[in-house]
Design a protein around this ligand. Sequence first.
Ligand code: BGC
Length: 775
Amino acid sequence: MKDYIIHHEWKIIEEGFEPSFNRISESVFSIGNGKMGQRANFEEKYTGDTLNGTYVAGIYYPDKTRVGWWKNGYPEYFAKIINSTNWIGIHVKINGEELDLAKVKILSFTRELDMQHGLLSRRFVTEMKNGNQIEVCSHRFVSMAASEIGAVRYSIKALNFSGKIQIKPFLDGDVVNEDSNYDEKFWVEIARAVGGQEGYLTLETLKTQFRLCTGMWFHATKNGEKTNSEIINSDREKYVEAIQKIDVSAGDEIVVEKLTATVSSLYYDKEILVEKAQEAIELASGAGYDLLFESHKNYWLKKWETSDIKIEGDVAAQQGIRFNIFQLNQTYTGEDERMNIGPKGFTGEKYGGVTYWDTEAYCFPFFLSTAPQKVSRSLLVYRHKHLQRAIENAEKLGFSGGAALYPMVTINGEECHNEWEITFEEVHRNGAIAYAVYNYVNYTGDKDYLAPYGFEVLLGISRFWSLRVNWSEAKQKYVMLGVTGPNEYENNVNNNFHTNYIAVWTLKYTLEVIEYLKKEHPYLFEELVRKWKFNELQETARWHHIIENMYFARDPKNKIYLQQDGFLDKALIPADELPEDQRPINQNWSWDRILRSPYIKQADTLQSFFLFQEDFSLGELKRHFDFYEPLTVHESSLSPCVHSILAAKIGYENKAYEMYLRTARLDLDDYNNDTEDGLHITSMGGTWMSFVMGLGGMRVVNGKLTFRPFIPENWKSYSFRIDFRGAHLEVIMQHDKFTVVNHSTVDVMVTIWEEERKIAGNDKQETIVHEKQSA
Ligand code: BGC
């Protein structure tokens, strides 16, 4: 754990430059706009430790799989959203000496991310080896308003010398991925051009042949006046630059504005890419940095209006939650159904920037409640588009009859993951995808989604479950053998509770959807039956039989469901009895020892208790929480959020708060010592859930919003905003009262604790005065 980020309500601030934290800060200060993003690398040269990262959504390379021992069914490649043209670069020389923070004396340094306006800044004073002192101030943003545009404003002030400042804005496409499996470069050059203030670089990915054209335009001023010093251009393969040497005296300030455009063959014909980049550059340079920033800033201000969470009385918690919201919003905007949310978003190479079950299980509720409905719908459509691939994926593993197994990791629907215990066994991901369909319909009321999209996905997944289980003569029950549950510290287990439970749930929900379609859309349903050769009678008869006869391992003594068969044979020693120096166990123990241990990486049985809360009584929940929480080591970032929500429901408020803080400041405080790899973007969705569903106790039950909120003792108040079925609500919790304000024209019914209230539209509010704070 680290503690170097200064607490501030709206800003992330680093004071002083600590090179050993640089990779962490590069992750933490990342910026993006859903279409592209980048780590907070420096504009000037830096020869110290750094991970350069500029990523463009949807542009990937199929890196050939590398494993120790090949197993049939492994995918041929792992898709990676790859590092692409670095457009931020402006190298600087002061009287011939290169500015490089790894080499000069740093007199002061501040890095700042203004989340309210989406602006990354640095300010530093350095002394060069030749004694020349300069003050540098840089600002940078990736435009939310014009998604192809990135902008840098970089100023250099000569503090104590006269002479020459040389600036060199450039585009560099000669980049690599640190995690490349065979140390290959992924890009080839198609064209380059540079002249005066402009430069263009067109590159294409090997194998996938995505084409990307990046354009730059810059201009420099001295003390606010245009400089007329000569611009010298040069270029080489995958690289273009412009150099300007400007005479300065002490006190003079040079300001460089560099505007860039990144356009790709995802949106335009390859032949017109350069033209499109030129058009974007012309528009951007016509508008200028200030105007571009203005529209970017306004986008953010509007976004905050509908998605902010405010906490009074705890700056660390306030900063934490805003950081999570900020990062989620700059990772996914839902405009393009081909895009999704990588576990690290655009902030690092780990997990390849591609899609996991994390999206449906952790991020979906955030977008459902804080973004226009089409955003969460886009996430569902992404999976619907991949249905055929999921069917082929299941076929590769030997399943037939239209059974669909969605991949563990994917970008285009094909499986990319290549560890047998996850690729073949972590099948609960299929359930998360089915659950997202339910979640969407339950929250929005948009039942039309079910025909045909939702139904088709549910049918494929139900068919998979129906084949994945088998009848055990010995048990006279259906069993599911050889799986890995969400807890990846157990592999190849039989009857993982969560997997069995979500399988049964999917079958039940699909049956419900069939009834709905038969009633409301009979003709469409007939068509679907034909299209999918759905033998309703026969197939659903088996589903019913599975629903009624699924096996769940139980411990009759403790009256709990067991995570899997044989779980009680383990030495059940609570995790807090483990010596500190052995934690995290995944960095200190052999895999064999982990597998034999009782320790749970992330919510597993409790994942079902979270998703299917209405199915269990509070007493049952408490028993399971008390049994599993002490064995859970939370070594996945996706874990504390689920435990926080359940603890809140039980009334374990301290535990809920402790777990909430752990998830909210996970990256800011580098809890798991891995922020340098990138931010835990998908777990940020979990943080949002633990706030709104944990502290706020929000649920949608039978189409109605319900709240059972509590407030941590040291906070004065908190509030959050949600969209719900056309209404926009602000929910405010204080120690003595709970208020819901309706900022829309649509009336809503809400249940607060047990009281049902109608909240009329037009800024009307309902306040409930309460004495108790807990559930
Ligand atoms: C977790 C998985 C998750 C993956 C990507 C792993 O550590 O165990 O559940 O899908 O990270 O976030």
